[in-house]
Design a protein around this ligand. Structure first.
Ligand code: NAD
Length: 531
């Protein structure tokens, strides 16, 4: 019997559509079809892949208002948030790989040591994994599905993706948009369901899993993938710190803190979830935050800053963190007010590091603020976290800000800005600690969707090599001399003369293809090339 799942609008809780849940047999069929399609796609040159995928930019731009409307209806986001948080990063990623994918994925040739690898050449190339499974969350269902999905396609893979069960119409929208790109049939396929369906997808043994979501699910996915084993990239949650020094532009820092903590109602993996302010400006800054928060608007009217909550389940966590903070002595700019799905943002100050709001991911519109006195203390507080995704440092002294930023235990940082750094398509993005591992975006991010295959070609005409059998005490001494000649101390002549006897093991090299060999040998010795 087929089970069904309903898609509900976060705006008014109306049923948008009903979908059949993908069963394991269907998922296995999809993976089989994806494997066939992956073979065709891997045969396209990178330039041809880029040509086809680039058409998506014009397709998105032509329908930008319809796309915005759909994402808004499903997620409850305000429209500007959809444009900036969902659509813009995808266009930017497309533009970046359109320009750079061929260079990033180009095969590479390396020089070789003429004694270790005489008459040989070395090379490596990047091959697609095959079928990549992408499992994405509900908070940015368009961007956090399409960005890894497109990267996998640029890398030459087929993709099977599962959006959150709260975001299925966005998955459908992605299928419709890609359907207009003239890609091979079944190169991209959509799997529908909840966590259990994600488990079936993993058990179908894709060649790589790219997961974005919470730590709990990340652990379960990694454990399940280990049974096969399938490699995983995990983009998990965060508890991002913002450090504001006395000498910061306080007006800018205040506006950024509000945006960083409250955009998308705080349902952002790189939201500002801990704000540390230096004691010289702490009281003034808290007052500025309260005044500015009071001016924010909630709703989908002409001027709404914060939209509706995408997941009402998340509210229980927000409420628990709020209550815990107040019970332990924090002060709040107002009560926690949820009207329907619309939550008023709240600033909490005089919080302490032991409160739940400073330790666990809240994923809601609460901004906890705490004072620090010295640079060392700021670093100690910021690094005192199980998470390590993003962070920001605020000061007009850029040297100091960068010095502090570089000591933060995070995968990414920004100085005098928040959140936006994730939108730079050239910057590899990912976390440390409980925020996950692996990177996407940038050159490293694209290469992570490929397996590196290395090759070595010998053109030697010799029947034998000094490292082959038979072994003997003499061969041991010769190889010891060879190691001393290559890595030992002293000038070239000192190393040759003390190891002359040992180097006789290689005399055949000089006799076969002598000219080429000695040329390589001299280049190697004198330039000590990095090979
Ligand atoms: P989630 O972890 O509950 O679910 C994410 C996806 O994984 C969903 O599609 C879900 O159905 C699937 N899933 C859950 N358990 C699974 C399992 N055992 N096996 C297979 N699939 C499984 O996350 P969510 O609630 O949708 O999203 C919110 C979380 O995502 C937050 O913790 C947030 O910080 C994190 N997040 C991280 C990033 C990042 O880039 N690091 C970005 C956005 C969101």
């Amino acid at each position: 019997m087929v089970d069904f799942i309903q898609a509900i609008s976060a705006l008014d809780e109306q049923v948008l559509n009903t979908y059949p849940i993908s069963d394991p047999a269907e998922i296995n069929r999809q993976i089989y079809a994806a494997r066939l399609s992956a073979k065709t796609w891997a045969g396209y040159s990178v330039a041809d892949r880029v040509k086809l995928l680039s058409t998506l930019k014009a397709i998105i731009l032509a329908d930008i208002d319809v796309i915005t409307e759909t994402i808004m209806t499903v997620t409850g986001k305000v429209k500007t948030e959809v444009l900036l948080g969902e659509i813009y990063p995808v266009l930017e990623l497309l533009r970046y790989y359109e320009k750079n994918a061929a260079r990033i994925l180009a095969p590479c040739r390396l020089s070789t040591s003429p004694l270790a690898f005489p008459n040989a050449s070395a090379q490596f190339e990047r091959r697609p994994y095959g079928v990549v499974a992408i499992i994405s969350p509900w908070n940015f269902p368009f961007q956090l599905t399409l960005s890894p999905l497109l990267t996998a396609l640029f890398g030459g893979n087929a993709v099977i993706f599962k959006t959150s069960d709260l975001s299925i119409p966005v998955g459908e929208l992605i299928m419709q948009l890609l359907g207009r790109c003239d890609l091979p049939a079944e190169l991209v396929q959509h799997v529908i369901g909840k966590a259990e369906t994600g488990e079936h997808l993993i058990d179908g043994r894709p060649d790589l899993i790219f997961f974005t979501g919470g730590v709990k699910a990340g652990r379960a996915i990694m454990a399940r993938a280990a049974q096969h084993p399938v490699p995983v990239i995990l983009e998990l949650g965060g508890k991002d710190a913002m450090l504001v020094f006395d000498d910061a532009n306080l007006r800018r820092a205040c506006n950024a803190a509000l945006y960083g903590a409250f955009s998308n109602s705080g349902q952002v993996c790189v939201a500002v979830e801990r704000l540390y302010v230096q004691d010289g400006c702490y009281r003034q800054f808290v007052q500025m935050l309260q005044d500015a928060t009071a001016k924010l608007t909630v709703g989908h009217g002409e001027t709404g800053d914060l939209g509706a909550l995408t997941s009402l389940d998340q509210y229980a966590i927000v409420e628990a963190h709020y209550r815990d903070a107040l019970a332990k002595g924090a002060k709040a700019s107002g009560p926690l007010q949820l009207n329907g799905r619309y939550l008023q943002p709240v600033v909490l100050w005089d919080v302490t590091q032991d409160m739940r709001i400073m330790r666990e991911e809240t994923f809601g519109a609460l901004l906890p603020v705490m004072a620090f006195s010295t640079e060392e203390q700021a670093l100690q507080l910021a690094n005192d976290s199980d998470y390590g995704l993003n962070a920001s440092v605020w000061s007009t002294d850029i040297d100091k800000a960068e010095r502090v930023a570089k000591q933060l235990q995070v995968g990414n940082w920004a100085v005098n800005d928040v959140i936006k750094n994730i939108g730079h398509a050239g910057l590899p993005f990912g976390g440390v600690k409980n925020s996950g591992f692996g990177r996407y975006h940038g050159a490293e991010g694209l290469r992570n969707f490929t397996a590196t295959v290395s090759g070595l070609t010998s053109r030697s005409k010799l029947d034998d090599e000094p490292n082959w059998f038979p072994y003997s005490d003499l061969r041991y001494l010769q190889m010891r001399g060879f190691i001393d000649f290559i890595f030992g101390n002293g000038s070239l002549w000192q190393r040759i003369s003390r190891n002359w006897q040992a180097l006789q093991a290689f005399r055949e090299y000089g006799q076969s293809n002598a000219r080429q060999h000695w040329e390589n040998f001299l280049i190697f010795i004198f330039r000590r090339r990095d090979y």
